[in-house]
Design a protein around this ligand. Structure first.
Ligand SMILES: *[C@@H]1O[C@H](CO)[C@@H](O)[C@H](O)[C@H]1NC(C)=O
Ligand SMILES: *[C@@H]1O[C@H](CO)[C@@H](O)[C@H](O)[C@H]1NC(C)=O
Ligand SMILES: *[C@@H]1O[C@H](CO)[C@@H](O)[C@H](O)[C@H]1NC(C)=O
Length: 492
């Protein structure tokens, strides 16, 4: 608390000196945008700073040295990747007719394993008590996997930390295509981590696009992973919308039609009691800040929502991705304490799964990375804490087990599970591939155990054949088509 105020004074002094220099130009009194809630917003004056709005009050923050604020992704990143703001906030139009809307949860009609809901999303499955169930932690990593982050991820997931059953802790990767290294992704899958999809192009505004675009992005990404990282379709169960803008009913129709099991893009506002995952048989049990959540029912489709992270003082702000909270001014012990306080809201109440969602930039800042390692060391010392993949969490939720039954729970036992992904090659092919964006032809490097394709794989051409629009994805429901044979589902 004191430290925070101290820092705030430092910031205030920094503002004072800057505004003294440009006094005439702007008598800056930043006002938080109304109606869009809490979050980070670009400083109109410079891309090196941003405002964190908490309940309408702006706190000025600086990006760590060398980084710039990206007003789309809402965090500080490398200069050539940062889209400087302010970028106008467009309110999401309401496109769905009010007919056909999902009803409020009816617990009498909704039964596991196919359906799960509760009035405010806070109930524990099967009404078990918090004392008798495990606290699950879901580490999720978004975006490309490559040499900038792979070693950092391996430090967490490479076997240093174990669950109570002795198996190494695992995480879930929501992969986007550009700059990804498919040899590294293959190894993540081979070693028991979960691979899920984000999109091929990370395009903005996807939430307003149609079914074909969602299929092209999501199913195309799944195909790229199958082809270049040997991850079979049956192991890819989840998706996350870019920028956490779900695609209204359209995206969930794709989930249904193409045999995905869950989405994890919906943000839960900062609640006293965190939400458990739920199925979309009923209305979403919380407010939808993005404005683009589904409104119809999608029976049996799971939402693994992103509860907002925050501490009681709101120091650091409120964020779905941990790297969007402002903790980079802290030292590793303060990062640890912040995470512990945030975590205790789950651990000491309903033990909803604690999702720790990261972009790669968390791992570029030493204090944050060290703080995370301290947190994991601490959490893995607790007898009832398990770091599991998102699919493993859903396996527990659909068939809940008490703590004493967990050492024999096969879904969490690495000795009983084996990845269908082959062990990756020792040395991959490093492919330099032509990539056209607008008029400019650029080169993209892609590493894979497969032969190099002709072109950089892209929308409509997931195998990089060089024939645009070659792909034609056919519905594939998981229950009806258990075969691994990929070619049958794609033809031309
Ligand atoms: C794959 O992961 C294992 C264990 O985490 C590691 O020993 C091995 O070097 C990795 N292989 C590659 C190609 O990265
Ligand atoms: C993975 O590689 C193995 C061995 O090359 C192959 O038999 C299998 O079909 C591949 N799986 C996928 C999903 O590509
Ligand atoms: C593409 O080329 C056309 C004509 O040469 C030019 O007018 C246009 O500005 C270029 N667009 C981009 C994005 O470079």
């Amino acid at each position: 608390m004191n430290k925070f105020h101290c820092k705030f004074i430092v910031f205030a002094l920094a503002i004072a000196s800057i505004s003294a220099q440009s006094k005439d130009k702007e008598k800056e009194e930043y006002e938080c945008p109304t109606n869009v809630g809490n979050g980070n917003f670009a400083d109109p004056v410079t891309c090196r700073r941003f405002y964190q709005c908490v309940d309408g009050y702006p706190y000025l923050n600086r990006c760590p040295s060398g980084l710039y604020f990206d007003d789309i992704q809402k965090f500080c990143t490398f200069k050539d990747e940062a889209r400087c703001g302010p970028i106008p906030i467009t309110a999401s139009p309401v496109t769905e007719a009010p007919i056909d809307n999902a009803q409020r949860c009816d617990p009498a009609e909704c039964e596991l394993p196919y359906c799960f809901c509760s009035k405010d999303g806070a109930n524990i499955p099967k009404d078990l008590s918090a004392e008798e169930i495990p606290q699950m932690i879901l580490l999720t990593f978004d975006g490309a996997v490559n040499h900038n982050n792979y070693d950092h991820y391996m430090k967490v997931l490479g076997g240093k930390y174990s669950n109570p059953n002795g198996c190494p802790i695992k995480g879930t990767f929501f992969i986007s295509h550009e700059y990804s290294n498919y040899l590294q992704i293959q190894n993540l899958s081979f070693t028991g981590n979960e691979i899920a999809v984000e999109t091929i192009s990370s395009q903005q505004g996807l939430q307003d696009k149609g079914y074909e675009e969602w299929v092209g992005e999501m199913i195309g990404m799944r195909e790229i992973l199958r082809h270049f990282a040997n991850v079979s379709n049956s192991e890819i169960n989840g998706m996350r919308a870019p920028f956490l803008k779900p695609g209204r009913n359209t995206q969930y129709k794709v989930i249904e039609d193409f045999g995905f099991i869950y989405d994890s893009s919906i943000v839960v506002p900062p609640n006293k009691i965190p939400s458990w995952p739920y199925t979309l048989d009923y209305k979403i049990p919380h407010e939808c800040k993005s404005g683009t959540c589904p409104t119809k029912t999608f029976p049996g489709v799971w939402e693994v929502p992103m509860n907002s992270h925050f501490v009681e003082s709101y120091e650091g702000g409120i964020c779905p991705y941990l790297d969007q909270c402002v903790l980079h001014n802290h030292d590793p012990d303060e990062v640890l304490e912040w995470l512990q306080e945030d975590f205790s809201r789950y651990y000491e109440q309903n033990k909803a799964p604690y999702m720790m969602a990261f972009h790669t930039n968390w791992f570029q800042i030493k204090e944050l990375e060290q703080g995370l390692h301290k947190f994991i060391s601490w959490a893995t010392s607790l007898p009832d804490v398990w770091f599991v993949t998102t699919t493993q969490a859903l396996q527990w939720i659909t068939d809940p087990k008490r703590n004493k039954e967990l050492t024999t729970f096969d879904a969490w036992d690495c000795r009983k599970q084996s990845s269908q992904t082959q062990r990756p090659c020792y040395i991959g092919n490093k492919c330099a591939l032509a990539y056209k964006s607008g008029n400019i032809t650029d080169t993209r490097y892609m590493e894979t155990c497969r032969d190099c394709p002709n072109k950089f794989p892209w929308l409509g051409d997931s195998e990089g054949t060089g024939i645009p629009g070659r792909d034609n994805y056919i519905y594939q429901s998981k229950d009806t088509s258990p075969t691994e044979d990929s070619e049958s589902e794609k033809r031309k």
